[in-house]
Each structure stands twice: as C-alpha cells, then as structure tokens.
Design a protein around this ligand. Structure first.
Ligand SMILES: [Zn+2]
Length: 250
C-alpha cells in the first residue's frame, strides 16, 4: 500500500479527543477490514453498529465518505478516522506514543535545560502551530473548518509545551506563546467564538503555575507580563503571584 499524504500526527492534531479515542478503539478492535487501495484513495469496511463502507482520499484524511448516519449527512465520523489510522499505520499495531493525545498543554514535571539546537527546533514547532491560528475571513460555510484549524493549532502547541523540561528558559517560552496567542485575539483578526484559543491560554497559565511550584526561578519569566493589556486579564493571577513574592522579599 502506498503511504497517504497525511500522517498520524496530522490525524491526531486535527480530530477532537472523543472521536479520536473512539477511532483508536475501532482500529485496535480489528473493526477496520478489507482495506483496499484505489487511485490516490483507500476504501474499507468499518464494523460499527453495522458494517459501513468507508473511503478516504490520500491527500487529506478528512476528504472522506462513510455510509453511516453522520457520513451520509456530510459530517465527519469516527469510521473515517479509523480507516485513516489504518492507512497511515498500514494495519500495524499502535504504540503507546501513537495513542498519546495532547489536547491540552500540561507540565512535564521534569526539570532540565534545552540545548541550543533543541530550543531552535522547539521554536520552529511553536511557530508552525501558530500558523493554524489564523485570521477569519468571514465565509460562513468555512466556519467549521476554520474552528478546526484553531483547534489543530492549539493541539500542536499543547504537544510541544507538554514535552518541555521545566526551567526558566521553558517558562520564557510559555510566556511568549501566551503573548503571541493574546496578540492574535486582541488584534481582532482571529475569531475565537468557540473559546478554543482563550481556553488554551488559560491552560498555559495553569502550566506556568506548576512550573513555578517545581522551579521557583520560573517566576522571573512572568516579569514580562507586567503592564500588559491582555484580552481578558488572564495574566493577573500570575502577576499577582509575582508581586506577592517580591513583597515577601522586601
Ligand atoms: Zn461513519
């Protein structure tokens, strides 16, 4: 079987958590059967409540069809995702790493410094994720895919953040990610009506608190948030913590 243009990461970042978990279950339960390759496409039978005929294009995993109720209504479904997983894995078992879903940023809990090359790669990955959080140009029929793009960007950022070793250096990165996301919201060009990006910023604030608990030096990174006029005051608890610490030293 020829490899498709998409990867497992692409599927993982672009699919919401519940649907992804169900698709993993279908795949691991051997429910994706009779997979055949066509011209730049794949088809197979996915056994759900009933057997469904499912197909997916090689260029994009969400260019797919399914004979289930959702698929018939032009909606995306877990059977499509399960077939897409089969295609990228070529029917091989999923590893633990494959099954890890990073849909919110977390603190790795490990203290450590990043090397120069590592830091450069991480910054690149962050900028790549940022590109998915793009301005909305107002075509209502594109709303759904636009929201998906915001979610994909946040999922990509969640993964890179969750893997960072805790240090002042990583805390600086967190602060810069939060400020970059904030700028996208405050300049009004990103339409975050579903609150995906705002939610991501709030989760990053939580991660920063955990960093400070593990490595108090991380609090210095918060200095940069002083006197910032952010979109919904998300920086206030962090700046408050910084001020309380500073006062306790004097
Ligand atoms: Zn389906």
């Amino acid at each position: 079987m020829n490899s498709p243009d998409f990867t497992l990461d692409k599927i993982k970042f672009g699919t919401d958590k519940r649907m992804l978990q169900k698709a993993f279950e279908l795949y691991e339960g051997g429910k994706v059967t009779q997979v055949k390759e066509g011209v730049r496409s794949y088809r197979g039978i996915v056994i759900g409540t009933q057997p469904y005929n499912v197909s997916v294009e090689a260029r994009r995993y969400d260019y797919a069809d399914c004979t289930c109720y959702l698929g018939k209504n032009d909606e995306f479904c877990k059977h499509m995702v399960a077939l897409a997983i089969y295609v990228v894995k070529n029917g091989e078992p999923l590893t633990d790493e494959d099954k890890k879903i990073y849909h919110s940023p977390t603190c790795s809990g490990k203290i450590g410094e990043l090397g120069t090359d590592e830091l450069r790669e991480i910054k690149k990955t962050i900028s790549y994720g940022m590109r998915y959080i793009k301005p909305y140009h107002g075509l209502s029929r594109l709303w759904f895919s636009y929201q998906n793009s915001l979610a994909e960007g946040c999922n990509r950022l969640a993964k890179v953040v969750s893997e960072l070793p805790v240090s002042k250096q990583a805390a600086d990165l967190l602060v810069s990610v939060m400020l970059r996301l904030d700028k996208k919201l405050t300049n009004g060009r990103v339409d975050d009506s579903d609150g995906v990006v705002g939610g991501c910023i709030e989760e990053l604030v939580e991660v920063t608190f955990e960093y400070v608990k593990i490595e108090p030096k991380c609090l210095k990174a918060v200095e940069k948030l002083r006197n910032q006029n952010t979109c919904f005051g998300w920086e206030e608890p962090l700046v408050g913590l910084l001020e309380r610490k500073n006062n306790s030293y004097t």
